[in-house]
Ligand binder design. Structure first.
Ligand code: DGL
Length: 269
């Protein structure tokens, strides 16, 4: 048993897709979230920068004495693996569990991967998928504009601009005949309604956020590290002004987190 909080981080709002699923699976766990809203996006930056940011995000969570860290960011999971590997606490990244779920879900062996530029360039999901099954056919596309659209809160299913961007990115992928699509950036499940509509109901969407949450819950259980009788406290930290984060978080989580968000200076870590 371990009553310390689970630490979760992302460049911004995307990691909330992990929080929402974690809450569904483990309602009593305390969660400490860091969204690096002052430095988002990560996915258009270079390896050194993404590694430095990841190290600082993890150092901040460790300063809060978390029992586990979930790298709730496809970009940090793909590019800064060497940083996370050095952690002294158990950790979960999004790539492996998501690839495993997608390989199990496909029926025709054709899988699409969408993520940030840095994630697609790293080939991380492709490698992980081929290690699950070397016969899979994989088609990857970077959808960088989805990140600022989500951060701007343009997430409603009928948002004209986000629908247009989705059509432009996704229709070529649909033509490849994929039956499974990995949402390899944790921001993307926030607009899964739009993505599903463009891809059609016959394509199964695999959320990297949800798969990471499931993997984290399994790991805590295996190691006997679940909490006992905590009451599901949540603390949110961001590196830029709070209102826009809190507003979109409320649309996605369906509840207000206004009173539990604090701004920090991440450069101090
Ligand atoms: N949510 C992130 C990811 O999963 C990062 C998006 C970004 O900051 O570019 O890749």
């Amino acid at each position: 048993m371990d009553n310390r909080a689970i630490g979760v981080f992302d460049s911004g709002l995307g990691g909330l897709t992990v929080v929402r699923k974690l809450r569904e699976l483990l309602e009593d766990e305390n969660i400490i979230y860091f969204g690096d809203t002052g430095r988002v996006p990560y996915g258009t930056k270079g390896t050194d920068t993404i590694c430095r940011y990841t190290g600082q995000d993890e150092a901040f969570l460790l300063s809060k004495d978390v029992k586990m860290i979930i790298v709730a960011c496809g970009t940090a999971s793909s590019v800064a693996k060497s940083v996370t590997e050095k952690l002294s606490v158990p950790n979960v990244s999004v790539v492996q569990p998501t690839a495993k779920a997608a390989a199990a879900a496909t029926r025709n062996g054709k899988i699409g991967v969408i993520g940030t530029e840095a994630t697609v360039k790293s080939g991380s999901f492709k490698k992980a998928l081929l290690s699950e099954n070397k016969d899979l056919e994989i088609f990857s596309t970077a959808c960088s504009l989805f990140v600022p659209l989500v951060e701007a809160g343009w997430v409603k299913d009928d948002d004209e601009v986000t629908v247009k961007a989705a059509e432009r990115y996704l229709l070529p992928l649909k033509q490849k005949g994929i039956d499974t699509l990995i949402l390899g950036c944790t921001h993307f499940p926030i607009i899964s309604g739009i993505i599903q509509r463009v891809m059609g109901d016959e394509v199964t969407l695999i959320s990297s956020g949800e798969e990471a949450a499931k993997a984290a819950a399994e790991l805590l259980e295996q190691r006997g590290m679940l909490c006992e009788g905590n009451l599901g406290k949540e603390e949110y930290f961001v590196s830029d002004d709070i209102p826009s984060f809190a507003k979109t978080a409320e649309i996605f989580l369906g509840r207000s987190i206004n009173d539990s968000v604090e701004k920090i200076n991440i450069e101090e870590y």
